[in-house]
Write a protein that binds this ligand. Structure first.
Ligand SMILES: NC(=O)c1ccc[n+]([C@@H]2O[C@H](COP(=O)([O-])OP(=O)(O)OC[C@H]3O[C@@H](n4cnc5c(N)ncnc54)[C@H](O)[C@@H]3O)[C@@H](O)[C@H]2O)c1
Ligand SMILES: O=C(O)CC[C@@H](O)C(=O)O
Length: 532
């Protein structure tokens, strides 16, 4: 039975959904990394928030793991390259907590403007420090949004409701989108120079790490207020502390910290700091949304093969999945056949689609062709890691969609080049069954299954009889025999399904048959999706 581990505290709905979808689920939040390593080998799916660190050390023990679901947005607690290498799909829930987090950023901005947390503490301590807490209005002030994606754009919208001017720095924000959002797209320096409040909403990347440091703060208005509800490392905490001390930054509101959980931090205790413990996504609505979404997505993947919001593989909707399934089998078979026929180091793989196949979502199909090509040489390759493996090996991958009409309603072709030769295998679907219809421009009609022989020979009388006799003498039973030839008397080829593997000695004898050009043993293993 398919089994999922919920490793962090998620809304109860997640476990309910897994069970409704026939998936066994264990809820074990709060385990130590060592405890997680001990049990992870039992699971096909792992659902996390931000507490669990999905490291290469954990993944090394994850022999069954097929999918990691992050109930939230940031996947910086998951080692994506390590997961991809192991063929594990990683998905997040990009929109489920955006409104909640944007609202938290706005709440933080208001807290800064009116020092509400400090005033609350003082008032409840019995002081009545009316003159200490002089605030500033938001009306007419400029908010600088760094990173204007899902959350940044909601913050911008809410700020406009408060009659603030919004300037945004985001290299990927188009002018049109900026106009639609009602924000002014500016450079980072312009934003720093103009903003009264700055709110950070980028992911943590090499470009954004430390985007607010001493140099950036030096370009800000005197008395700027800074809000970070994105990721801790976006702000250099030591530089912010110095700027708070000098008064250059009038206030800072931090929901996220370089080191979390932040039990201690250089900023703590500063009178102009407002701090929350990574609460951006913590509303019941957002947690319900992300738990439900992550469980549905993971169940769709584990049960149907549908892929939604994956970070490391192409999407396949739940509606597409059943339509793609027979093509997936065909994709793996043509890839596998071409690879088993090929000699020499692979240099390029071109996957061509014609007719109905060209109208499908071809990215996952191409990934599966790559899986089929690479699997005969590597055990642990699948559609998640096959594109990465191909890239690592400098194999050039191309996808071509033909508009031309062909004899077949739907065709998929793989053209595989090695350093010495080119191999072409074309297949179609008869009903839902994959069929090979052409090999190197010779027409044939064959199903691929179990043990097979691929034979190339001179097209002359007696060859097939001799081949059959040789196999029969060795006790090898022929299950099916598919034959094709270029033209009378020219080269011919056959794909022969046999009941058992051909011993090495027999292969050598077959090579000695009069007129034989090539004999290759093929295997479309019964436990592989490429099996017929
Ligand atoms: N505090 C929390 O609990 C909490 C909750 C949800 C999300 N987050 C974090 O909030 C951040 C934003 O999430 P989102 O859903 O809006 O993501 P998003 O991907 O929708 O938006 C991120 C934006 O940042 C922009 N960006 C990327 N590199 C940039 C750069 N160098 N300079 C400026 N902009 C850049 C992107 O173009 C994109 O528009 C993420 O870091 C996420 O992890 C935190
Ligand atoms: O799970 C959380 O509480 C935080 C989530 C947040 O950081 C995210 O990136 O979605």
């Amino acid at each position: 039975m398919v089994k999922v581990l919920i490793a962090d505290k998620l809304s109860e709905r997640a476990a309910e959904i897994f069970r409704e979808r026939g998936i066994e689920v264990d809820e074990k939040p709060g385990l130590s990394p060592e405890e997680q390593r001990e049990i992870i080998g039992e699971y096909d799916g792992l659902a996390v928030r931000s507490a669990t660190k999905v490291t290469p050390a954990l993944l090394e023990h994850a022999d069954r793991l097929r999918v990691i679901g992050r109930a939230g947005i940031g996947v910086d607690n998951i080692d994506i390259p390590a997961a991809t290498k192991r063929g594990i799909c990683v998905m997040n829930t990009p929109y489920g907590n955006s409104i909640t987090t944007a609202e938290h950023a706005v709440a933080m901005m208001m807290s800064l403007a009116r020092q509400i947390p400090q005033a609350d503490a003082s008032t409840q301590a019995g002081k009545w420090e009316k003159s200490r807490f002089m605030g500033v209005e938001l009306f007419g002030k400029t908010l600088g949004v760094i990173g204007c994606g899902n959350i940044g754009s909601i913050v911008a919208d809410r700020a406009q409701g408060l009659k603030m001017r919004v300037v945004a720095f985001d290299p990927y924000l188009t002018e049109d989108r900026a106009v639609n959002l009602g924000v002014e797209k500016v450079t980072l320096d312009e934003l720093l120079a103009r903003a009264d409040f700055i709110s950070l909403h980028t992911p943590m990347t090499d470009q954004t790490k430390g985007i607010i440091d001493a140099a950036a703060i030096a370009k800000c208005k005197e008395g700027v207020r800074i809000i970070n509800c994105a990721r801790g490392g976006l702000v250099v905490e030591e530089d912010l502390k110095a700027a708070l001390d000098s008064g250059r930054v009038a206030g800072a509101a931090m929901d996220v910290f370089v080191k979390e959980p932040a039990k201690e931090n250089i900023l703590f205790g500063h009178p102009n700091l407002v701090a929350t413990p990574h609460l951006g996504a913590s509303t019941s609505e957002a947690q319900e949304n992300v738990a439900l979404q992550v469980a549905e997505q993971m169940a769709d993947y584990l049960v149907l093969g549908a892929v939604t919001n994956a970070i490391n593989m192409p999407s396949v909707t739940a509606e597409e999945a059943p339509r793609l399934r027979p093509y997936m089998k065909l994709a793996e078979q043509i890839g596998s056949l071409a690879a088993q026929m090929a000699n020499g180091g692979l240099s390029s793989i071109q996957v061509e689609y014609e007719g109905h196949a060209a109208e499908l979502n071809t990215r996952p199909l191409t990934a599966i062709v790559l899986q089929g090509v690479l699997q005969p040489k590597m055990d642990s390759v699948n559609m998640v890691n096959a594109p990465v493996v191909a890239k690592e090996r400098d194999i050039d991958v191309a996808e071509v969609k033909h508009e031309r009409q062909s004899f077949y309603q739907s065709l998929m072709r793989v053209v595989l080049k090695t350093d010495s030769e080119t191999y072409t295998v074309t297949g179609t679907l008869f009903g839902h069954k994959p069929r090979i219809v052409e090999i190197d421009s010779i027409q044939i009609e064959a199903e691929l299954e179990g043990h097979m022989l691929y034979v190339e020979n001179d097209d002359k009388p007696g060859f097939i009889g001799n081949l059959g006799t040789a196999l029969g003498k060795a006790g090898v039973n022929i299950a099916t025999f598919a034959l094709g030839r270029a033209s009378r008397g020219a080269g011919a080829l056959s794909l022969i399904a046999i009941d058992d593997a051909v011993p090495e000695a027999l292969l050598k004898d077959l090579h000695k048959l009069d007129g034989v050009r090539r004999v290759t043993a093929l295997n479309f293993g019964t436990d592989s999706p490429a099996a017929g």
